[in-house]
Design a protein around this ligand. Sequence first.
Ligand code: CMC
Length: 434
Amino acid sequence: MENKTKDAGTAKIEIDGKTYDMPVLSGTHGPNVVDVRKFYAQSGQFTFDPGFTSTASCESQITFINGEEGVLLHRGYPIGQLAAQATFPEVCYLILNGELPSKSELSTFNDEIKQHTLLHTQLDRFFDGFRRDSHPMAMLTGTVGAMASFYPGAMDSEDPEERRLASIRLIAKMPTLCARILKYNLGQKFVDPRNDLSYAENFLNMCFSVTAEDYKVDPKIAKAMDRFFILHADHEQNASTSTVRLAGSSGAHPFAAVAAGVACLWGPSHGGANEACLNMLHEIGTVDRIPEFIEKAKDKSDPFRLMGFGHRVYKNYDPRATVMRESAHEVLDLLGLKDQPILKVAMELERIALEDEYFAEKKLYPNVDFYSGIILDAIGFPKQMFTVLFSLARTVGWIAQLNEMLVDPTQRIGRPRQIYTGAAMRDYVPMDQR
Ligand code: CMC
């Protein structure tokens, strides 16, 4: 990657009467950064930013978010335009390569993905080791990591062809793996990929076909699935992507680094929020109970939070939530479920929360997970699969960000420091004197 930051002046940090000059850098969009890389060497002091609220951890040219304005761009293209006009494989190509593909480039890319959708049959035997009722995210964390053992060549991160192949393999095999996880939970036979179907259609077919009956993929449902994938494809330096970068910064196998990302995504503060949000909507159940839950969310002595609300970066409506909301209405309409109480609860909850002073003051808006569970539930996915579907879609972002890091000349192993507040140095006390 060619570093493109520009010189934007100097910041002065004064400590105990001594001034340290730190370069200020600018990018294409977004706030400038104070480059503190030499701060410790010069001052003997660290900067402190647990949770990285003020820290840019890398330079990246893939995705940009303006949280105040609710803007999300992939390689410069607004997410709303991509969701309305592109297909998921097209967005994958864009995220990986930096430009939208021509017709023939997209066709070659799609063909190559299709050549890598099969899993090694040995990997199927891995499933026998899991309990039937294992959480799908536990199985995904294990099996993505296990896939590293089949592709030892991918350890050679210096080789551009190995990096490219690892990306293609991951994007191609994740749907097959995720569908197998669903089938394993259900106790049904695995369904193999079909090359005559699109990426989303093939995934739906592997999930919902059974030996006794083919699944007829409704093109509109396939479109909704494809849009769900687009909306989750990348999101700059979120927790799981930063985890993938950190794991990969030691030179770890890319499949293992992605497995680390899957593990991080699992939590309810991140990708697990879609499952938690649908659970919450069911728990609320009826519109008349909403005020009670709003009060719980505002009560500081109650750990309850409105799931699918709030975001570290967006202090405005998450632009993905706008598309997801429309999609939820379309899918429920299509499936004749538009009178489902859950949709009414979601819409009313959103309306009441947006009018509430607490949520307005803290700038808490619906995020991508607020409506996504309603769509996935209507399509027929069990709740526990929701974060697996998020992982499938985010795989392209993880691998693109990892590959970008690997060719960044400024890249070094990620190694944060700390402020130590434990016991001061003391002498060992022999057992009989304690
Ligand atoms: N319900 C009620 N209060 C909330 C919520 C919520 N969903 N989210 C944040 N707050 C309050 C929080 O209590 C805090 O109040 P105070 O300043 O009085 O202490 C304030 O808003 C700021 O919250 P924070 O936890 O300091 O913010 P954060 O940036 O560390 O956390 C978040 C962001 C997404 C983890 C959080 O908003 C949250 O837990 N939301 C619910 C879970 C969720 O929907 N996660 C999905 C995120 S989007 C997809 C993804 O990343 O995977």
